[in-house]
Design a protein around this ligand. Structure first.
Ligand code: ADP
Ligand code: ZN
Length: 515
């Protein structure tokens, strides 16, 4: 398609397609129903903007982010494309101009906020709509955290206009995909593209928490003057960590959903414009941040799922230049994330899926070889040793942890699954604490059988056991650890398990108190 190449060059100024873009553009231009799952920064806007120019009529683009819509419209107009937007941010002159261009048949791209659909979309029937493009299509998912009720109107709009629909999202999990197909395409399965999840310029690394504040400060110190984001699990932590970074001589701001809208906007604008600023934020920060030269992303706490992890680290290095990441995790994170899932309002199937997504992330955290291989396998892509992750840099040293794990599992069973790691470790180490004596746990056969490791090593073993989903804290028993089915083969001597020695050693070597 020479046409395509010419428009790509003349209008967008690009010499070629990015991975995955070409086939999607071809299918959308041909009028197929398309679901494209592309990572953030993968270049999805081109996948509907370019076909919009090649097709007869106006393409309706539904997007939840007004600021992003306005940016895209401005960029298109500057490139000489007839584009307009209908959003709550419009002046009446802007709206009038859009309707005028529409009825004259001049408009090629019409951006609309989903809320606009509620006000009636009958006028679209009269203006020759070529197709509908839906950005951030996962917003149709009622279980996702980005749910936008007005997205549910899109399915009806598609049926009403009888035009093809192209949906775009960066969320890859099968459940969300199925929900998009059901709600946007009324169950008619669209051509699905899942491409380009590899971001080879981003260095991946995980570390067990061992004084997290110090670990983050060290990571930032080695990257002084670079723009970065630190994600934290709580609002108060963002403020504390930002202050600590400023004290260490960095330019740092905090950001969370509890701040005034105006203060949040100021932080976003400063981050966008200034070089070398660090934003310490909750996950509220990021959607809509389009800064190409973020050089690093650190997680002071474990993200909630492998998708969230991917999305958050994916904000680094959009310009393609090297970028670095570090994700800290510890047993408290695992406990917290499990509890959030169990205590949420989601139905049981949904909870099981959320546990599986968390397990996928923990599998990545406890990976024994190339992180990228593990990560991309989740997204159905393959990779053989990336050379750009901590485990490719320095392979994990593993040991046969079967005996240690069996001892820990048996301590859990002998105490009838009523205790947390702290007390279980006391039993394994043979510590005669009051609690141990009162419960008669010094009489158990597992008492003092674990003296070959110290407390921190046992903590690392328990964390890895949680990471492998052999044990889970039970919220109805104050977080007492209980065995999962996955533990049974190990307990019965039918399976062995390899554990990472490095994290155990690091834990044992360090005498610093945890923060
Ligand atoms: P997202 O998938 O996050 O919506 P965008 O569509 O905003 O990503 O694209 C991300 C960046 O990649 C933009 O700066 C865009 O100009 C650039 N880009 C997209 N397609 C190409 C291409 N074929 N060649 C070069 N740069 C591209
Ligand atoms: Zn690797």
């Amino acid at each position: 398609m020479t046409d395509t190449a010419a428009v790509l060059k003349d209008v967008f100024g690009f010499d070629g397609f990015r991975p995955g873009q070409g086939e999607i553009v071809e299918a959308v231009t041909a009028g197929e129903n398309v679901l494209a799952i592309m990572p953030t920064g993968g270049g999805k806007s081109l996948c509907f903007q370019l076909p919009a120019l090649l097709r007869e009529g106006v393409t309706v683009v539904i997007s939840p982010l007004i600021a992003l819509m306005r940016d895209q419209v401005r960029a298109l107009q500057e490139a000489g494309v007839a584009a307009g937007a209908l959003t709550s941010g419009n002046t009446s002159e802007e709206t009038d101009a859009v309707f005028e261009a529409l009825s004259a048949g001049r408009l090629k791209l019409l951006y609309m906020a989903p809320e606009r659909l509620a006000a009636g979309s009958g006028f679209l029937r009269r203006v020759g709509v070529a197709m509908i493009a839906v950005d951030e299509a996962h917003c149709v998912s009622q279980w996702g955290h980005d749910f936008r009720p007005d997205y549910l109107r899109i399915g009806a709009l598609r049926r009403d206009l009888r035009v093809p629909l192209a949906a775009f999202t960066a969320t890859a999990d099968a459940e969300t995909r199925a929900e998009i197909v059901e709600k946007l395409f009324n169950g008619e399965v669209p051509r699905t593209f899942l491409r380009g999840f590899d971001r080879p310029n981003i260095h991946l690394a995980f570390a067990a928490k061992d004084g997290p504040r110090r670990q983050i400060l060290e990571f930032a110190a080695a990257r002084k003057g670079q723009s970065g984001i630190v994600y934290c699990g709580t609002r108060s932590k963002t403020e504390g960590l930002a202050a600590a970074l400023r004290e260490a001589g960095h330019a740092a701001l905090h950001y969370h959903g509890g701040m005034e809208a105006e203060d949040r906007r100021i932080a976003e604008t400063r981050f966008q414009r200034e070089d070398g600023l660090i934003v310490v934020a909750t996950v509220a920060f990021g959607m809509g941040v389009d800064k190409p030269d973020i050089r690093w992303v650190a997680h002071a706490d474990l993200p909630k799922s492998i998708e969230a992890y991917y999305q958050e680290i994916g904000r680094a290095g959009r310009d393609g230049a090297p970028a670095e990441t570090l994700t800290l995790f510890g047993p408290d994170d695992i406990r917290l994330r499990r509890a959030q899932i169990d205590e949420g309002l989601a139905p049981p199937e949904r909870r099981a899926a959320d546990h599986a997504r968390l397990n996928a992330l923990l599998g990545l955290a406890e990976a024994l070889e190339c992180r990228r291989k593990t990560l991309l396998a989740y997204f159905d892509e393959s990779e053989v040793g990336c050379g750009n992750c901590d485990l490719c840099d320095r392979p994990a040293e593993v040991f046969d942890g079967t005996t240690a794990v069996r001892k820990a599992l048996s301590a859990i069973l002998r105490t009838e699954e009523w205790f947390g790691a702290g007390h279980l470790i006391d039993i394994l180490l043979g510590h005669e604490t009051d609690k141990v004596r009162q419960r008669g746990h010094d009489q158990l056969p597992t008492f003092a059988v674990g003296k070959e490791y110290d407390r921190r090593a046992w903590q690392a073993i328990f964390r890895q056991m949680m990471g492998h989903d052999l044990v889970r804290p039970d919220p109805e028993r104050h977080g007492a650890l209980r065995l999962t089915d996955a533990a049974l083969p190990i307990l019965r001597g039918e399976a062995e398990i390899a554990l990472r020695r490095d994290t155990i050693r690091a834990a044992a070597a360090s005498r610093r108190p945890a923060v």
